[in-house]
Design a protein around this ligand. Structure first.
Ligand code: URA
Length: 208
């Protein structure tokens, strides 16, 4: 289980349970995705590098810090979008880069349809945001793209992971830490996580 960080925070467990509930409506669902994202991003950024920065308080000079690293948020479209607002609450100057992948319904493999990354990387750390780490195909493909772009540190932040997706991401990119609210039992024959929460995109955007 090295490099896998399931949250043990009681607030995450409480909010995730409400998120799973089939009676939770889209509005509440979006609010919960945002709130859980805040808590997971807090945990996932615990090792960001700092540099020293002096600051004047109203009373005296103080030794302080500022974040040294430029952070990129990479939501996997479309369900990852709902996690951006929460991440921005903690990292307001983070850049958001979109990489569009969809899952082919027959092969369950990711197909890239949108990528406007500039030639040179503009960030040193990327947080990939996707509520569901299901087969792991999209996560692996996104890490592939970010590594080709030249990003040195990449982390995955998701709400629920399936053992299958975790195993694939770990096998292909063992150095990428995986931050999750929970690890579930397995995938069903359609690639959905059991017990999961259903389709995270449909439930956020009211398209179920
Ligand atoms: N995507 C979802 O939205 N839900 C799952 O369970 C798996 C992939």
């Amino acid at each position: 289980m090295s490099n896998i960080y399931p949250s043990t925070h009681p607030l995450v467990a409480h909010k995730l349970t409400r998120l799973r509930d089939k009676n939770t409506d889209s509005r509440k669902f979006r609010e919960l995705v945002r709130e859980i994202a805040v808590l997971l991003i807090y945990e996932a950024t615990a090792d960001l590098a700092l540099e020293n920065r002096k600051v004047e308080t109203p009373l005296a000079a103080a030794e302080g810090f500022s974040l040294k690293e430029r952070v990129g948020l990479v939501p996997i479209l479309r369900a990852g979008l709902g996690m951006v607002e929460g991440a921005w609450e903690l990292l307001p100057s983070a850049e958001v880069w979109h990489i569009g992948l969809y899952r082919d319904e027959k092969t369950l493999k990711p197909v890239e349809y949108y990528n406007k990354l500039p030639v040179e990387p503009t960030v040193s750390v990327c947080l990939i945001l996707d509520p569901m780490l299901a087969t792991g195909g999209s996560a692996v493909a996104t890490v592939d793209v970010l590594k080709r772009w030249g990003v040195r540190r990449i982390k995955f932040v998701g709400l629920i992971g399936a053992p299958e997706g975790i195993a694939l991401l770990q096998a292909r990119h063992p150095e990428v830490p995986i931050h999750l609210a929970a690890i579930d039992h397995r995938l069903n024959e359609n690639g959905y996580i059991l017990p999961g929460l259903g389709d995270a995109g449909d439930r956020q955007f009211g398209t179920a």
